[in-house]
Design a protein around this ligand. Structure first.
Ligand SMILES: Nc1ncnc2c1ncn2[C@@H]1O[C@H](COP(=O)(O)OP(=O)(O)OP(=O)(O)O)[C@@H](O)[C@H]1O
Ligand SMILES: [Mg+2]
Length: 505
């Protein structure tokens, strides 16, 4: 000990150390005196409920936001990143929870944005593409680097973000819910990539609500609760129960508790429906009131496209859809809403929320048509009552109904999207990955809500990539592959294995 020189102290210092970090937003203490250490070659998982402060902490570490107080050290030296570029230059890269790519640029341009390899001032297109391909392979993505990002699925976009971080050669890599839009197979692939980075000495901060994944990958876990440190778990103490205990502080064992449903009349009939994405595949099925039907399949299997075609956001190529016995025209979401159908879309940022508007305005957006006063004025009292009710039932954590939706934590944004569609009191509810990015306590509430809606006779079609949740809540499950329905399983026959084999073949 006494022989330790100042030099060796610096070498022994953790790769990253955070002390007493605090950050306030108007009306919210997002972080209070947070501490954290990360070593080289370590995967540190950061878990906590929606709004616990995880993303805020990561944004500060990556130079996106500035702390109000506290200290950050990298290998013993105090640092403060005034910008994302400063953080990148020091080797700290953040993959955002909400995807951050430029839709109108191709994949390669996104990977090297602002850092294109130049020669004599000209960007070498072929070189950019070759290098992009190199990083795309590392994340197992076999697409052309010339594809436009907006033509990729969310899962593919997520992988492009990861390829981008790899290209920066980060020493500290921060991933904020990187697998939330990935299929099991893609997530497994990512776990492999993370393992390789760890072996190369990269320190990884890993945020996820998928606790099984955390158990599999983390060397250590730091739990946040209401902006404070709630505890740390070393490798040997990491378990589902231990994490949940620190996160929530209450028992969530009734997780998939469900009542038995009595399916009623057939409410939705789908005959030979063909979507524009899968012109060679036709889909037939029906839904009865009061049943919860899971829609399983790998990313890209055509689940979202099917839901979008049913609701009318996408045109149909052919086929017939009947809602309550009446034909439902294609390509007209308004007609679908009027007939009692609602769709909670997969991508809340693009399709679900108006980020600049308040929680109150968002929550009542879809249902306003029915409640406009004479002359088209919005019924403000109705709007406020509606918002307060859904904030309560869905436990939306916001400073109040007037908070701007874009400033809510990711999981709370998703709850506002749900609130908005539920306010329509639909008789057929289509849900596309409704619990993505939702913490374990809130998931339980959403499952409970879905169960309750089914109990009231609402027909629910529920697409999810999480097999566990599909099995947990469905009365029966339809499985898709390459635009087709490859099978249907009743509740009694549900198992991960059975679903996977229908989804992959
Ligand atoms: N720019 C901002 N302005 C105001 N409030 C904010 C802002 N950013 C975050 N908040 C608030 O700070 C708190 C912490 O949010 P944060 O996004 O860090 O949570 P999180 O742990 O990442 O949650 P999730 O699991 O839902 O992603 C929340 O109450 C959120 O509404
Ligand atoms: Mg977050």
């Amino acid at each position: 000990m006494s022989a330790a020189s100042p030099v060796s102290t610096a070498v022994d210092a953790p790769l990253l150390e955070v002390r007493g970090l605090s950050k306030r937003f108007p009306g919210v203490k997002a972080l209070e005196e947070i501490g954290l250490t990360l070593s080289a070659g370590e995967v540190l998982a950061v878990v906590g409920e929606n709004g616990a402060g995880k993303s805020t902490l990561m944004k500060i570490l990556a130079g996106v936001q500035q702390p109000d107080a506290g200290e950050i050290r990298m290998q013993g030296a105090p640092i403060q990143f005034a910008s994302v570029d400063a953080a990148l230059a020091a080797g700290v890269a953040l993959i955002h929870q909400e995807l951050n790519l430029s839709d109108n640029l191709d994949v390669a341009a996104n990977i090297f944005l602002g850092r294109e390899p130049h020669r004599l001032g000209w960007i070498q297109q072929s070189q950019v593409h070759a290098r992009a391909t190199h990083y795309l392979r590392q994340v197992g993505l076999e697409i052309s680097p010339g594809r436009l990002v907006r033509d990729l699925s969310i899962g593919q976009q997520q992988l492009v973000e990861i390829a981008k971080a790899l290209s920066i050669n980060a020493r500290v890599l921060i991933m904020d819910e990187p697998t939330s839009s990935l299929s099991q197979r893609e997530a497994d692939q990512l776990m492999g990539v993370i393992g390789q980075l760890r072996d190369r000495g990269v320190g990884i901060l890993y945020i996820s609500h998928r606790l099984a994944e955390v158990e599999a990958i983390a060397d250590r876990v730091t739990v946040l609760r209401d902006g404070r440190n709630a505890g740390d778990l070393p490798r040997q103490s990491i378990s589902h129960a231990a994490m949940v205990g620190l996160m929530v502080g209450r028992d969530v064992s009734r997780f998939y508790q469900r009542s038995s449903h009595q399916p009623g009349e057939t409410v939705l009939e789908v005959e030979r429906l063909v979507t524009t994405t899968w012109p060679g595949a036709a889909v037939d099925f029906s839904l009865r009131g009061g049943e919860i039907v899971g829609l399983a399949g790998l990313v890209g299997a055509g689940r979202s496209e099917l839901l979008r075609a049913l609701f009318g956001v996408d045109e149909r190529l052919s086929g017939r859809v009947k809602l309550h016995g009446r034909p439902l025209p294609g390509g007209r979401p308004r007609a679908a809403i009027a007939a009692g159908m609602a769709l909670v879309p997969e991508d809340r940022k693009q399709q679900g929320l108006i980020l600049e508007m308040s929680v109150r305005e968002n929550a009542s957006l879809a249902s306003l048509a029915g409640h406009a006063k004479v002359g088209g004025l919005i019924d403000a009292a109705y709007e406020r009552a509606l918002c307060e009710e859904s904030m309560r039932t869905l436990r939306i954590r916001a400073s109040g109904p007037e908070q701007i939706a874009g400033l809510l934590s990711g999981g709370n944004q998703q709850k506002v999207v749900l609130a908005k569609w539920l306010a329509l009191r639909p008789s057929v509810l289509l849900l596309d990955e409704p619990t993505r990015g939702i913490d374990i306590g809130a998931k339980e509430e959403i499952y409970h809500l879905i169960d309750e809606l089914a109990g009231r006779g609402i027909a629910i079609l529920f697409a999810s990539s999480e097999l566990e949740e599909i099995i947990g809540i469905s009365d029966r499950v339809l499985v898709m592959r390459e635009g087709r329905l490859t099978g249907e399983l009743p509740r009694a026959e549900l198992s991960e294995q059975a679903l996977m084999s229908l989804a992959t073949h």
